[in-house]
Design a protein around this ligand. Sequence first.
Ligand SMILES: C[S@@+](CC[C@H](N)C(=O)[O-])C[C@H]1O[C@@H](n2cnc3c(N)ncnc32)[C@H](O)[C@@H]1O
Length: 420
Amino acid sequence: MFDPLDLYECDQKDIPTETDVQYSIKHEQNIDSKNNDETETTKDEEDFDGDDMIAPLYVLDLPMVAYASPQVILATLYLLKPATQVNFKSSKSVSTEEICESKGLDQDLRESIVDWYKNIFPNNKANTIEKICNKIPLIANVSEIERSSLLNYYTSILKKYETPTNSSYLKTNIVKEVSLRIAECCGRSAIPSMSRDFTFDNMTNKISLFEPSLTNDNLGWKTWGASLILSEILVENFNKMPNFKPNQDDRPLNVLELGAGTGLVGISWACKWKEEYGDDNSNINMYVTDLPEIVENLKQNVVNNKIDTFVTADVLDWTNPADFVEKYNVQDRSFDIILVADPIYSPNHPEWVVNMVSKFLKYDGICYIEIPIRLKYAKERQILIELLNNHGFKITADRYDQGMDDWGSVKYLYREITHK
Ligand SMILES: C[S@@+](CC[C@H](N)C(=O)[O-])C[C@H]1O[C@@H](n2cnc3c(N)ncnc32)[C@H](O)[C@@H]1O
């Protein structure tokens, strides 16, 4: 998989020169040397010791399309469905019952697939529902090399069941499920709509976000890795942040998120606030904002996570904030806190973002920003710093972090920005 923003094209004149990139990288490395990066090490796969319970299954062990019944094929496709992700990683189901329920395997389908492995295609590695439920889902995480065998398996199912005469409920479901499995093999830009869950060490509630299928340029329909890192920093240090508490006077604390996308940063911040201070909107007033095509899904995520008593999702276009200002009667420099994750992926973005921070951040407010280190946007990151400086801002804290996105490990830069 790959970062879809690596494919975004900016004008030739805006492509960073080698000197620009070297300057930016050098500057960023200076900050880097102040940080002690700890990269998570992955646990080596345990060796197979000959026990049938842990002996893995491979694509070749999947039920043969030519001979297995439609029930067995449907059960297999359900088991190959990806688990709901938590913090960009596949969640681990604990019990067989839990796996069957989450994947949609009823009693009939369970018996059919056990029957296949036990009687029709005897295989001790998969002769119980426990073994089947624990092993088949792992086949979906195959390496790039094995992925073509899995795709061949899926296309042979499609070939057999995708005919005009196949109209039974079972066969229609097989075609629907196998099409989804094929799409899921093609990376985040191709997969259908999905939900993702997020949990944080310092918060009881789980965040659940809906992500529509990525179409056109609607980048805000995906949750980006920068928003997870920023949420972790803010939620897990919530009680240490001097300004994350109700104001001493009667004024509500004003919080604004720019380019919220699916809303992870603002929603996790608001859920943590609710756990600490309740959802009374007399001491907090929060807006999560984005472009019009992104806001409908954002609104739904705010409602689904039960913070709509004090959080409003609405349009705030960085090129035209007047509608937002007028609708909510927002004064200049009235936000105590501004949150922004991954806002820089075109030559115009640094200027637009700095304009928004200049317009809305209070004199004693703090803007928290998280930016992925994409080589292609080194110049834009450099311009952002210059513009912030020119507009009378200073960086009061910064650090690098290693985080996750759909295509793997990504490096991020966190910054706190205040007026000089
Ligand atoms: C890479 S996405 C990041 C989304 C989210 N912050 C996250 O990290 O998951 C960039 C976001 O900025 C929004 N955006 C881009 N241009 C904008 C503009 N002119 N006004 C408001 N939002 C904009 C996009 O719609 C998108 O949601």
